[in-house]
Write a protein that binds this ligand. Structure first.
Ligand code: FRU
Length: 493
């Protein structure tokens, strides 16, 4: 093991255990210590789910990228393992960027990641050189391949930049070959996704330009993922420098899902429809895996890239993952639901049927900062349409985060303006939801410092983080008009 990895492992071991469990999310992944961004290597290997993550243990800001590592039996209770990779080679001294994992035919686990190096230009300025590298291991310790990097500038199609060539997502094809998709920047300065093939995981060849952005969705595309789901092909990319479009796409960084068709002959993906993956504020760089039971499960980094430098130096960890979500396609749209394993963690049910909300109201037993809440809302009667329904949570006398529904506009809004933040950043985002005459189904999963809202059985998801004091655990409901709600509320253990 390199000195650099040994140092990181020693540091996290000493520092990580000093963070009290109560100061972290209960069932969402947070870094052992320091900084975390993208999920990497999400996979099932030797009886456990593995998740690696972009990691800088020594500070709560992005810096020289390592890979952190956690494992779980149920995708909700995670155990910290020692850091898996450090940027300890000449070719990856600028960082071990995002990548993925797969089991090799001989039973070893392969990690494929972007190795970052630098070059100095004539004017003295530096720029990245991004290549792809691999490491093999046993689910605990990994050794980098002696012939790294395995994909370099010479494997790029004409015009593609060696500065932006990153985030390999690997899978095993039906033909027994390994494939991977990688984000790239063509000469037009926009984004494209490249497809590569390998017989053994170590020797790779270029297949095709799978998809071209042509500046339709932002510019550069990072963290691609490509898979089949319910008989269709799905391409998910994290987009940079987006322009906002209605309530569908935000400014800046977004995550776009395209559903379409892959042409085996040309190696090209043809998009039929597109949508945002998450309509909340904090979501980026998701990655999926195929579980042994055939479920396609997605996990994302629950953070907004635009606000990563706003936190206080005193916080011992920064960044968390979303809850893992089961994917499906229904009526041409991506559907996401919390993994069914969450159902087994629910306890202490509190329920109300036909509770009437008019003005502000609390319901006895409906409170807490670790909760899974199912809510059906409807107008009290046909003649009695309401104008607004709101659920406030993480609430005390002064603070709350709110989920607000305007049935006449079919708009759902998440708003953390009053969560206690002192920073001028994005605090609100809205989305259009299906107009069901004022009826709406919500599932709100709250875990101390975040909430994920699943709308109408997963047609939309909105994720948000907040730092409100943990004592703020009230939940209340507000209606302009008269609203009838059914509610099931559970604690999570
Ligand atoms: C996305 C990203 C990836 C890159 C990684 C570096 O958040 O920029 O493209 O591999 O983060 O940490």
């Amino acid at each position: 093991m390199s000195e650099m990895l040994e140092k990181a492992r020693k540091y996290e071991e000493e520092q990580g255990k000093q963070i009290k469990a109560e100061d972290r999310p209960a069932f969402h992944i947070s870094p052992y210590i320091g900084w975390m961004n993208d999920p990497n290597g999400f996979s099932y290997y030797q009886g456990e789910y593995h998740l690696f993550y972009q990691y800088y243990p020594y500070d709560t800001h992005w810096d020289s990228m390592h890979w952190g590592h956690v494992v779980s039996k149920d995708l909700l209770h995670w155990k910290y393992l020692p850091a898996a990779l450090a940027p300890d080679e000449e070719y990856d001294k600028g960082g071990c960027f995002s990548g993925s994992a797969i089991e090799l035919d001989d039973g070893r686990q392969l990690l494929m990641y972007t190795a970052v190096d630098h070059e100095t230009l004539e004017d003295g300025s530096k720029r990245d050189i991004q290549t792809q590298a691999v490491a093999v291991g046993d689910g605990r310790d990994y050794v980098k391949y002696e012939k790294n990097p395995v994909l370099t500038e010479k494997d790029l199609p004409e015009g593609a930049s060696k500065v932006d060539f990153r985030d390999p997502k690997i899978w095993k094809g039906k033909d027994g070959n390994f494939y991977c998709v990688i984000g790239s920047r063509p000469a037009d300065g926009s984004g494209q996704i490249l497809l590569y093939r390998s017989e053994n995981g170590f020797d790779w060849e270029f297949v095709s330009i799978l998809a071209e952005n042509k500046k339709r969705f932002g510019k550069m595309w990072e963290c691609p993922d490509f898979f089949t789901l319910d008989g269709q092909n799905v391409l998910i990319v994290s987009t940079m420098e987006m322009e906002a479009e209605e309530l569908e796409y935000p400014n800046g960084n977004g995550v776009v899902c395209q559903i379409g068709h892959f042409d085996n002959q040309t190696g090209q993906f043809h998009s039929i429809s597109s949508q945002s993956v998450d309509y909340g504020i904090d979501f980026y760089a998701p990655q999926t895996m195929l579980a042994p039971d055939g479920r396609r499960i997605l996990i994302g980094w629950m953070q907004n890239l635009a606000s990563v430098n706003q936190h206080s130096e005193k916080e011992p960890w920064f960044g968390q993952m979303t809850i893992p979500r089961e994917l499906a396609i229904k009526k041409g749209r991506l559907i996401q639901r919390p993994v069914r394993e969450l159902d087994a963690c629910r306890h202490n049910m509190v329920s109300y049927t036909n509770a009437i909300i008019s003005g502000e109201k609390t319901l006895k037993g409906v409170c807490g900062r670790i909760a899974d809440i199912e809510l059906s809302i409807a107008p009290q009667s046909e003649e009695n349409r309401y104008y607004m329904f709101e659920m406030r949570f993480a609430q005390d006398d002064k603070h709350y985060t709110s989920l607000r529904y305007h049935p006449h506009e079919s708009e759902l809004e998440l708003d953390r303006s009053y969560s206690g933040s002192r920073i001028a950043m994005v605090h609100k985002r809205s989305c259009k939801v299906q107009d069901n005459g004022g009826s709406l189904k919500l599932r709100v999963v709250i875990d101390r410092f975040s909430a994920e809202v699943f709308v109408n059985d997963g047609e939309q998801v909105m994720s948000i983080t907040f730092k409100t004091d943990l004592k703020a655990e009230k939940i209340s409901f507000v209606a302009d008009g008269v609203v009838k709600i059914d509610i099931l509320k559970y604690e999570i253990k």
